[in-house]
Design a protein. Structure first.
Length: 264
């Protein structure tokens, strides 16, 4: 049994309203016929050639990728480029592509809110609220019990199942108010500081942002870009399965973090 693509995209736009996306982003339905029938859906963080091959081999009709394809204007679509070749293969196999990206980051039940819940924050609100105070970029909240940065590092590893973390700050620094911004979101540092947060948790950021944080006595925990966002694309499978019981939905099994850690 199949469902028209626009029925699915309508739900996706309700779950993560596109107006929440940053101005520079490229979100929504990026490839596909809105009336094409959909029966198999795959989610992923980033649509790369190996992930596209998985979708093709398993007969996917729709890929929901967090990071958008065609992020910058496309002037040529040929197989002379890796992206062009991948997109042409998706078109030939009638596979639609949808990206919620920063709209999903900022949604009421989006990535940043999921991280806040996982870490047990209370009084959670957006770091950059929209006209709706419950929506907006990033999140900030309060720990039920203040902890040192050292204690928080242990808790974050356990709560998010991340074996390695980078951090900025003194291990004995006490933390009670925490800001969260998934992905590469060092630009939220000043927002966090204005709200009195002693810690910003993000995926990755620039070296000079880390220096700025250290100089202003604001701690940072860097989860890794992949680790900060990929789990939400896995749990989103269950959201889609609950909403559309007719669909077969799965998260890419070949996708992996390109950043590896030496264990020796």
């Amino acid at each position: 049994m199949s469902i028209p693509l626009d029925t699915i995209t309508n739900f996706l736009e309700q779950f993560a309203p596109l107006e929440l996306a940053e101005d520079w982003d490229n979100v929504g339905l990026l490839l596909g016929d809105v009336q094409q029938p959909i029966s198999k859906v795959m989610t992923c963080l980033t649509l790369t050639p190996d992930v596209a091959t998985e979708a093709i081999d398993h007969g996917a009709d729709l890929i929901i990728t967090h990071h958008p394809i065609m992020f910058r204007p496309v002037k040529q679509l040929t197989n002379r480029s890796t992206q062009g070749d991948m997109i042409l293969k998706l078109i030939r196999n009638n596979i639609a592509v949808y990206s919620p990206h920063t709209a999903f980051d900022s949604a009421q039940d989006g990535i940043n809110n999921q991280l806040a819940v996982a870490l047990g924050l209370t009084f959670v609100e957006p770091l950059r609220p929209t006209q709706n105070p419950h929506l907006g970029g990033g999140r900030h909240g309060v720990l039920e019990i203040a902890e040192t940065l050292a204690e928080l590092l242990v808790d974050v590893k356990s709560a998010l199942n991340i074996p390695h973390l980078q951090f900025v700050g003194s291990l004995d620094q006490h933390i009670s108010k925490v800001a969260i911004a998934c992905g590469a979101a060092g630009e939220f540092l000043k927002d966090a500081q204005k709200l009195g947060c002693e810690l910003l948790i993000t995926g990755e950021t620039r070296f000079h942002t880390c220096l700025e944080a250290r100089e202003s006595n604001t701690a940072m925990i860097l989860l890794g870009h992949y680790q900060s966002e990929r789990p939400a694309l896995e749990t989103f499978v269950h959201v889609l399965e609950k909403q559309f019981q007719e669909l077969h939905v799965w998260a890419s099994t070949v996708e992996s973090d390109p950043v590896q850690w030496s264990i020796t």
